[in-house]
Design a protein around this ligand. Sequence first.
Ligand code: R5P
Length: 298
Amino acid sequence: MKDVLLTAMPHDIGPAERLAATMKTTLAPIQVDVFPDQEVRVRATQSAPKTILYCSLDHPNAKLIKLILAASALRDLRAEKIILVAPYLCYMRQDKAFHKGEAISQQVIAKVLSPWIDHIITIEPHLHRVKNLNAVFPNIKATSLSASTLLASLIDKDGAKENALLVGPDQEARAWTKAVAEKAQIPYIVLTKERLGDRDVRVSLPAGTDLQGKRIYLIDDIVSSGSTLAASARLLKHHSAARIEALSVHALCSDEDLEMIMTAGVSRLRSTDTITHKTNAVSIAPLLSEALFRELSL
Ligand code: R5P
C-alpha cells in the first residue's frame, strides 16, 4: 500500500499482526523502553504520509502517555495523517460528574488525544448520555464500529438455535442487544439493572418472563468486575434457565473475576479481541480492515 504504514504499540503486536495479515501490509512496531524511574523512551522507526497507529486503551493510564509520545514521534518523521485504531476506548463511562467535584473523564481524555491524531477508529465505545463519538471528539474525525455481526457469528457457530434467548443486562444495552438478536435471528429480552457500587449490581427480569428450558446468551459490551454478568446469571439460574453463556465485546476482567462469573452459573464467556484476553473467540481484524480500506480509499 503506497503512502500507508501500519504501526503498533508493543502491547498490541499480536492483534496488529492479525490486522496486517488481513490488510496484506507490513507492520512497523513502535519501540518503548522503560527507565528505572518508570519514565519511557518511545521511538518510531518508520512513518508514512498516512500512518495507522494501533493502540487499544485498556489499563490506560501508562498507555496514554506512550501513545502521545508515539504520535509525536510519527509526526516528527513524516506522518501527515495519523489514524489511531483504539479498539477499546477508555474512560467513556465517566461522561458526567456523578458527584460534585469529579472530573468528566470522557471529555478530558478526548481533549488530551485530539491534538495528536487526525482520526480515531474504535469499536462499540460505551456512550450513554452522549449521542455519538463525533460529539466526544468534535475536532477530529471519529468512527465507531459495531461488533454486532461478530457477536452474532459466535451464536451462529453453535448451530441449532432452538430455545436460544439473547439477554441484555440493562436498558442502555437495548439497541445493540436488538441488533445482535436480529443478526443471529433469535429472540431477546433486556433486564433492568441498578448499580449500587462497583461490585454491587441488582438486576430484574421483565414481568412474565418464562425461562424454563431456555439456552441463554447473556451479552455485555464491557466485562469489567464481572458483577453485571454474575448478578444476571444468578437471576436467570434462579428462574430455571437451562444453560447460560456470555458474549462480550471488551473483556477486561481478571482471572479471579472470570472465576466468579463462572461460579455464578455462566458456562463460558467468549469475547472479541479488542483487548487481548483468555476469552477471545473472534478477531476484529476483518472489521478494522474494512473500515481502514474505506477510510484510505484503497
Ligand atoms: C455499563 O453500563 C456497561 O454496559 C457494563 O455493563 C459494565 O461496564 C460492566 O461492568 P461490571 O463487569 O463491572 O459489572
